[in-house]
Design a protein. Structure first.
Length: 367
């Protein structure tokens, strides 16, 4: 399959309301959108890095530079039999998992379309819908309790609360009191340290499915110490950038649940390796989210059809975040289940007209 040309856009999608985590507040979703073309076919993916290194150290400007100067000149005009062949081109460069993922994922979509098969089938997944939970950003306790009740009533299969020091035990206690039977989790986005052991241990009283990334983004060891001191399962998100990270985390009991974000770990191949390692350790995985547009969400939904995605993912409805999505199709949950888009590749169409109206920057490569 020959990649004839590529288009790289920077897209700004307004958010209906700001999304706050312990690392900051997002007012609009800004991301690179990559289109890889072969003949009449187009493959799509979006990068999950932020403008500034808020979530991890990847940034849009570093990714754009790397794509423009190195990756795209090495893949445009070239032929690749399969994603494994393309991955060999990316492998020698260090880090930049999110930039690599953008190209790898767009190629999977293109390849699946060339073969006339849904992405899930090529990944080895099955089924036509996946279980979904919701991630609620930081806001005052009253508002969080109301949002939790509303989403629980809509059928979301797990309620995840963002927490940070000073906004944790009481928040969880209040939501738990309002929803005694709901599946619940918390996500600290690295806001704590081992000095906060008492607070993290206090969360054991609320029957949480897991505590997501309580400690530093680059620290697997301290999470292992924490896991040995608390009953609630630790789930790693930021700390897992590769299958090697997953192996180290699972071998040291630093996590009993893993959040897989395809865009965080370099693409579908590495996401699948992490899925397989976790399965070998009998550790369930679930699919995270980065407030992606329908393009990124569709990739995540296809990945979520693999068998060890045994907990609800964060691929909630697009309407929660956007007035208008980048895809023609709206990705909407029904009773806490997200349908897997049908048809070849990721199964959703790019809304070209809308893209042209909001793309603030556009570069083309080849052709
Ligand atoms: O840590 O899971 C996270 C959103 C932006 C940055 C980091 C995270 C999140 C979420 C997922 O919680 C929200 C979503 O995509 O619906
Ligand atoms: Mg997280």
């Amino acid at each position: 399959l020959t990649i004839d040309s590529a288009e790289l856009h920077i897209v700004r999608l307004p958010l209906i309301s700001p999304f706050t985590t312990s690392t900051g507040t997002m007012h609009e979703k800004v991301f690179p959108l990559l289109v890889l073309k072969s003949g009449a076919l187009e493959g799509y993916a979006e990068g999950v890095m932020d403008p500034l290194p808020d979530y991890l150290d990847d940034t849009i400007s570093a990714a754009t530079y790397f794509l423009r100067e190195a990756i795209l000149p090495n893949v445009v005009g070239k032929s690749f039999e399969n994603p494994q062949e393309l991955e060999k081109v990316l492998a020698p460069w260090r880090g930049h998992w999110m930039a690599k993922a953008t190209v790898e994922m767009a190629f999977w979509d293109l390849w699946a379309k060339a073969l006339g098969l849904p992405l899930k089938t090529l990944l080895g997944g099955t089924g036509d819908k996946v279980a979904v939970g919701v991630s609620l950003g930081l806001q005052d306790i009253e508002a969080t309790v109301e949002a939790a009740k509303r989403h629980h009533a809509e059928g979301y299969k797990r309620i995840k609360l963002k927490i940070e020091p000073g906004h944790d035990v009481e928040l969880v206690a209040r939501v738990r009191a309002a929803l005694p039977d709901a599946r619940m989790s918390v996500d600290a986005n690295t806001a704590y340290s081992l000095a906060d052991l008492r607070v993290l241990k206090a969360l054991d009283a609320y029957d949480l499915e897991y505590i997501e990334q309580p400690l530093a983004y680059d620290d697997i060891h301290d999470h292992a110490v924490l896991q040995s001191r608390i009953a609630t399962a630790v789930c790693l998100d930021e700390s897992i950038r590769s299958a090697a990270d997953a192996r180290k985390a699972l071998a040291s009991d630093a996590a009993r649940v893993v959040n897989i974000k395809v865009g965080r770990v370099g693409g579908h191949l590495e996401a699948r390796r992490i899925h397989d390692i976790a399965e070998a350790w009998s550790v369930p995985v679930w699919c995270g989210g980065m407030l992606e547009s329908g393009i990124g969400r569709a990739h995540n939904i296809h990945m979520s059809t693999l068998p060890n995605f045994r907990k609800p993912g964060d691929t909630s409805s697009a309407r929660r975040y956007f007035r208008k999505d980048l895809t023609v199709e709206w990705l909407e949950t029904e009773g806490g289940m997200m349908p897997v888009p049908e048809g070849p590749g990721i199964g959703v169409r790019l809304d070209r007209e809308f893209l042209e109206s909001i793309s603030s920057d556009r570069e083309t490569f080849g052709a």
